[in-house]
Write a protein that binds this ligand. Structure first.
Ligand code: ZN
Length: 240
């Protein structure tokens, strides 16, 4: 075994001694180098290969989507909801990594894996300071690493706000997104670049659409929206 592959050099191996590795969906203790338990792996609500235009079209409502492609790994239901919950509460990083693997396969299968930049929907500074990280950036980092791409989280910004988005209906979410996301004036140029935009849950698409339109206004050639979960047509409302 090469020294660089040795588990003795893997920080996950050492962390496991003090903080046992757990399945992000059910909480069961799992081997240090696993991401989920086998039961949850087989019970996750994987999305089928329905063409993306069909899957997301009904969510667009009065604001046609401007992005060029979208993909999610799971339906936002059952244990995938638990995975998102733990991801937002600091103990579900495994879920972002596992979803990242599924999403990279889908991107490669759909011929969308060769892009220039991977970015993420920004979080307000207040919320990011409180949580310690942005779960959308966590997903973006796993995807960029797996596809050997660069991340850039200084393209988009979000105002601080006290509104809880999960209480808004679809129209209100689109109006809200219009107001809170904007271009970072200090962003590096992205003209003619293809961009992967990551988020945790695709609900109405209001957030992804607004961020995509900013990227397009900045000159992005293509924008691919990548999310861990997608709510169904009945529109459930994930916690922000
Ligand atoms: Zn499990």
């Amino acid at each position: 075994m090469k020294l660089t592959n040795s588990r003795l050099l893997n920080c996950k191996f050492w962390l496991d001694i003090f903080f046992p590795n757990r399945c992000p969906c059910c909480g069961k203790v799992i081997v240090w180098d696993r991401l989920l338990c086998e039961d949850c792996k087989s019970n996750l609500p994987f999305l089928d290969d329905t063409p993306w235009q069909m899957r997301y079209a009904e969510k667009a409502g009065e604001s046609p989507f401007v992005f060029d492609y979208a993909v999610s790994a799971f339906a936002y239901e059952d244990i995938a909801v638990d995975g998102i919950y733990t991801l937002k509460n600091g103990i579900g990083a495994n879920f972002a990594e596992y979803a990242g693997e599924i999403l990279c396969d889908k991107l490669e299968n759909d011929g969308k894996s060769r892009v220039d930049i991977v970015t993420a929907v920004p979080m307000s500074r207040r919320k990011k300071n409180a949580r310690g990280y942005n779960q959308a950036e966590l997903l973006a980092k796993h995807i960029a690493k797996a596809l050997d791409l660069q991340t850039d989280f200084k393209i988009l910004k979000r105002t601080s706000d006290s509104l809880e988005q999960h209480k808004l209906d679809s129209r209100q979410r689109h109006e809200f997104a219009q107001k809170i996301y904007y271009k970072n004036p200090k962003s590096a140029p992205i003209k003619d670049k293809a961009v992967i935009l990551c988020d945790d849950v695709f609900t109405t698409g209001a957030t992804m659409n607004k961020c995509s339109s900013i990227l397009k206004d900045m000159g992005a050639k293509e924008v691919y929206c990548v999310s861990i979960c997608c709510t169904d047509k009945k529109f459930s409302t994930p916690e922000e």
